[in-house]
Design a protein around this ligand. Structure first.
Ligand code: HEM
Ligand SMILES: *[C@@H]1O[C@H](CO)[C@@H](O)[C@H](O)[C@H]1NC(C)=O
Ligand SMILES: *[C@@H]1O[C@H](CO)[C@@H](O)[C@H](O)[C@H]1NC(C)=O
Ligand SMILES: *[C@@H]1O[C@H](CO)[C@@H](O)[C@H](O)[C@H]1NC(C)=O
Ligand SMILES: *[C@@H]1O[C@H](CO)[C@@H](O)[C@H](O)[C@H]1NC(C)=O
Ligand SMILES: *[C@@H]1O[C@H](CO)[C@@H](O)[C@H](O)[C@H]1NC(C)=O
Ligand SMILES: *[C@@H]1O[C@H](CO)[C@@H](O)[C@H](O)[C@H]1NC(C)=O
Length: 334
């Protein structure tokens, strides 16, 4: 196991050096120490193994692509992309507010890890599994293909307070969300384009019913919520326990496309934090509004920028070299 993991690292270093020698150095440096061919020598089938499991899970439930995308995001924003969200225990990220009764897909990750441990024991990190699963969650929903960068190692601690403080809330104003992104090195373009991840997936009533009449203290509908959407959401959430779910991208729930941004132009964003990208007046409103308009008009631009921002997000403080470990079970440190 040890030797295999060493050979991976050595191979990657060699390739990185080679790339510099071939004057591809700028790209290599900008991407930190992650590479797109990290497992080529020691587990060339890694991406296909992940893809097969993601594909099967999405055939059973198309939403699973969205759930896996969100796991990678929630992993990366807390202590970097280190698989920390996957750890089980009492004081874990899984039990933090933004993840409790919300984050899903852990069983799919376990199945992927089991397959990988059979094929190449001790080689592929749980943090990289999340990055690859997110890529295929997007691609198999009809989204862009991008070369996912690999070579992350797994962290040794979960950080519940970090998850509570770093992850954006749907109740945050856009200026707070932008600040939480900039704290991890992501800018306003990244905020708008990565929010486009909400072109797939679902959210629970409890996270948007405050925008509906009869659910909020004022009993009036959020003025930036389309009236016809508001009444269908009221019907969905009325008398419910807050666990009912609605599509984040109403009218195109499971397709990765730029319909999410078109919805924002018609005040059909589900979360306050979605609609705020177009309708809010705080912080960088002019910038976010212009980007929403650009992405609503061009799926090519959305797809291209989304891939670029996913690489930036996937590159938040990765553990590389001999830091951390390669977990054999994603739920526990070795
Ligand atoms: C910009 C700030 C963001 C906020 C405030 C936010 C908030 C939320 C909330 C409240 C939910 C629903 C959770 C539930 O119902 O329990 C959700 C779901 C989701 N989020 Fe975000 N999110 C943000 C950014 C992102 C980013 C950057 C991505 C990925 C690139 C992402 C991907 C998703 C996906 C795919 C789902 C659906 C998951 C599923 O159906 O299982 N979100 N988000
Ligand atoms: C979690 O907390 C319970 C109750 O305090 C305790 O019995 C258990 O040993 C703890 N588990 C871990 C993994 O720390
Ligand atoms: C947890 O996350 C917070 C916020 O990012 C950070 O300040 C803190 O150092 C982290 N703690 C651990 C133990 O990693
Ligand atoms: C955000 O960063 C990207 C490069 O990663 C850059 O192209 C873009 O213009 C930046 N956006 C803003 C609003 O500064
Ligand atoms: C909201 O409350 C008012 C007054 O209590 C009631 O007449 C109306 O039917 C309610 N609307 C919904 C959608 O529940
Ligand atoms: C919502 O679902 C969670 C998880 O299944 C459950 O613990 C919680 O009690 C439910 N909420 C309500 C109000 O029933
Ligand atoms: C509300 O949504 C409907 C249906 O998509 C659309 O025709 C209408 O223009 C929207 N209203 C506003 C204020 O954008």
């Amino acid at each position: 196991m040890e030797r295999k993991s060493f050979s991976c690292r050595d191979t990657a270093s060699c390739l990185a050096l080679l790339a510099v020698a071939l004057c591809l150095g700028a790209a290599t440096v900008a991407r930190g120490q992650l590479t797109d061919d990290f497992y080529d020598d020691c587990c060339p089938q890694a991406e296909n193994i992940v893809r097969a499991r993601v594909s099967a899970a999405m055939k059973a439930e198309p939403r699973m692509g969205a759930s896996l995308l969100r796991l990678h995001f929630h992993d990366c924003f807390v202590n970097g992309c280190d698989g920390s969200i996957l750890l089980d225990g009492n004081n874990t990220e899984k039990l933090a507010g933004p993840n409790l009764n919300s984050a899903r897909g852990f069983d799919v990750v376990d199945a992927i890890k089991a397959d990988l441990e059979k094929a190449c024991p001790g080689v592929v990190s749980c943090a990289d599994i999340l990055a690859i699963a997110a890529k295929y969650g997007v691609l198999l929903s009809g989204g862009p293909d991008y070369d996912v960068l690999l070579g992350r190692r797994d962290g040794l601690v979960a950080n519940q307070s970090g998850a509570n403080s770093n992850l954006p809330s749907p109740f945050d104003p856009i200026s707070t969300i932008t600040k939480k992104f900039s704290d991890v090195g992501l800018n306003t373009t990244d905020v708008v384009v990565l929010s486009g991840g909400h072109t797939i997936g679902r959210a629970r009533c409890v996270l948007f019913s405050g925008r509906l009449a009869n659910f909020s203290a004022t009993s009036s509908v959020d003025p930036t919520l389309n009236a016809s959407l508001a009444s269908s959401l009221q019907a969905l959430c009325r008398g419910g326990d807050g666990n009912q779910t609605a599509a984040l991208d109403d009218g195109s729930a499971d397709a990765f496309d730029n319909h999410y941004y078109q919805n924002l132009l018609g005040q059909r964003g589900l979360l306050s934090s979605d609609q705020g990208l177009f309708s809010s007046t705080d912080g960088s409103a002019a910038t976010t509004r212009a980007l929403v308009q650009a992405y609503s008009a061009s799926s090519e631009r959305f797809f291209c920028d989304f891939g670029r921002s996913m690489l930036k997000m996937g590159n938040i403080l990765p553990l590389t070299g001999s830091a951390g470990q390669i977990r054999s079970n994603c739920r526990a440190i070795n």
